[in-house]
Design a protein around this ligand. Structure first.
Ligand code: NOJ
Length: 569
């Protein structure tokens, strides 16, 4: 494949990258929310030097991930906490300097960790120079945003929006700009106006920005809400339908998912492919799993949300996996995601879904890690999940999530602050995250749920993640194998088989709080199932005489087929 690149090429001499060909299919990716990862200067906000200081936690002697994805690090007025970008080609001084960024890329590469940036190309901040110039009708920016005349005036003489489109963040998707005398379009906040990708200058400018980052050595991009880039050129009103909110009462036929989007993604990939070995993953906005699969291309992954909304139940996850496998088929490569910066963290979400308390909560977090790291697809971890971090109860007065302040019956919203709280590194004041006052409050469990404590504990969630990631790197079928669900006699157990370039693998997870019995498929003569790794330090083994695994509560185990001779050694 054209994905051949060794990160050693980026100016370091340390043997680094674990994978070269199509590395993003085999890699484990770790999402960092930079504000909350590590603060190096005591201002309470995480920064790039803080990330550099903690690379060892992620590198081969730590968790062992292959890439980090940084949520936006560009200058931003912060209305949507970094997703309203005022300069896509620079580093926000709150995170450090341009030199800090280049050092991060260098030092990450030296450790074999690739760096993926979050590109927000669907919208800019209203403080972006392009928008400022566009609202003043200055060439060449005059038509760079989606500007439309009012549809008329209402009974009070106020200008009326050009169509019925609504914003995902509540209210109309149009704001009238008195300076220009027209409406501009925004799928999100009014402070996030949308460039018009149908204007050639816009596309050229976006690609120039993309090239700039590639030249600085970044290894790939997460594309924010990429299926919103194009709108129908005539911008008709969306058809109405039944729904419980302003957004769901429309069929979003004209404002997202336009038929010429795949061609735009191809043009983007052509720009990226000029730099071999760079990956991309698109964030699907409000789409289905089938929609994600349809937009997945040879070298462009797409997030689907199937696994992010399921309760902790074997049947729910079985249905989700079946749907994903049907939608993606064996040819397309999925991603595996249980948490991110927009959704409740899965450690608390899954445990709460079954009312689990005490030790059962971490036991579920470990079993969920088995799912995440052994399903077919590229796993994306969200910082903190490796220590079983859950949502933090952030009082509304302290929350920093603009849409949360606009909740109304027509705009139901969830506060995203609870899943964005700072990472606890140690048990002391500020959790080793900061010497100052954290920008968002930290969890009450910091004293014992922190990286330092869990590193020292072989039975911790962190140790479990480390074992699972190491096994994923060592077992080829976990990286590239096809997936087939296995019928289990016990409804509380979920199992599947992976068949790839190495020996076959079977994964079984007991979702229940009691013991469960699972019989893996009978292996042919001369081979047997061998437990490689699992939630427990002593994973369940296949026991004679009934060839069964007796799984403890919430136990997950990975079995590899090995010759019986090897097994007895
Ligand atoms: C998707 C991002 O994940 C989310 O955090 C953000 O609010 C929206 N895009 C709008 O920028």
């Amino acid at each position: 494949m054209s994905g051949d690149r060794d990160v050693r090429a980026a100016g370091t001499s340390t043997p680094a990258a674990r994978y070269v060909d199509d590395w993003w299919r085999r890699a484990v990716v770790y999402q960092i929310y930079p504000r909350s990862f590590a603060d190096s200067d005591g201002d309470g906000t995480g920064d790039l030097p803080g990330i550099i200081d903690h690379l060892a936690h992620l590198g081969p002697d730590g968790l062992g991930v292959d890439a980090i994805w940084l949520s936006p690090i560009y200058p931003s007025p912060g209305r949507d906490i970094g997703y309203d970008v005022s300069d896509h080609a620079a580093i926000d001084p709150r995170f450090g300097t341009e030199a800090d960024f280049d050092r991060l890329v260098r030092e990450a590469h030296a450790m074999g960790i690739r760096v993926i940036l979050d590109l927000v190309m669907n919208h800019t901040s209203d403080e972006h120079p392009w928008f400022q110039a566009s609202r003043r009708r200055e060439a060449p920016y005059t038509d760079w945003y989606i500007w439309r005349d009012p549809a008329g005036t209402d009974d009070h003489g106020r200008p009326m929006p050009p169509n019925n489109w609504v914003s995902w963040f509540g209210g109309p998707a149009w704001t009238h700009d008195p300076e220009r005398g027209q409406f501009f379009h925004h799928t999100f906040l009014a402070e996030q106006p949308e460039p018009d990708w149908r204007v050639p200058g816009v596309e050229q400018a976006q690609w120039a920005m993309v090239r700039g980052w590639l030249e600085r050595g970044v290894d790939g991009f997460r594309l924010d809400t990429f299926n919103v880039f194009l709108k129908h050129p005539d911008m008709p009103s969306n058809p109405r339908r039944r729904g419980s909110s302003a957004w769901t009462r429309q069929e979003h036929r004209y404002d997202i998912d336009q038929p010429d989007l795949p061609a735009l993604v191809d043009r983007f990939r052509a720009v990226v492919d000029a730099f071999p070995g760079r990956m991309s993953v698109g964030e699907l906005f409000v789409g289905t799993t089938e929609g994600a699969a349809a937009l997945t291309a040879d070298r462009h992954l797409v997030f689907d949300w199937e696994l992010l909304t399921r309760p902790w139940s074997a049947s729910a996850f079985r249905a989700a996996i079946r749907r994903r496998e049907r939608a993606f088929g064996d040819e397309r490569w999925p991603t595996v995601v249980l948490s991110n910066h927009d959704q409740p963290r899965h450690a608390s979400r899954l445990a709460d879904s079954v009312g689990a308390a005490g030790d059962a909560r971490d036991a579920i977090a470990k079993a969920a890690a088995v799912l995440l790291l052994t399903l077919r697809g590229t796993p994306f971890l969200y910082y903190g999940e490796e220590i079983g971090m859950g949502d933090v109860d952030v009082p509304p007065a302290e929350s920093i999530d603009a849409p949360a302040a606009r909740v109304s019956p027509d705009f139901p919203w969830w506060d995203r602050s609870p899943c964005r709280t700072p990472m606890p590194w140690t048990g002391g004041e500020g959790g080793g995250f900061t010497t100052g006052r954290p920008w968002l409050r930290m969890g009450e469990d910091v004293a014992w749920r922190n990286v330092q404590a869990q590193t020292a504990d072989a039975g911790s969630v962190l140790s479990c993640y480390r074992r699972l990631i190491a096994a994923r790197h060592a077992v080829p079928s976990l990286q590239d194998g096809l997936l087939r669900l296995i019928d289990t006699a016990d409804g509380g157990t979920l199992a599947w088989r992976r068949r790839g370039t190495g020996p076959d693998v079977v994964v079984a997870i007991n979702f229940g709080a009691g013991m469960a019995t699972f019989r893996p498929p009978r292996p042919p003569q001369g081979v047997a199932w061998h437990p490689v790794v699992g939630t427990h330090l002593d994973p369940a083994d296949v026991a004679a005489p009934d060839h069964a695994l007796h799984l403890r509560p919430y136990e997950g185990v990975v079995l590899e087929m090995r010759s019986t001779e090897m097994r007895s050694t």
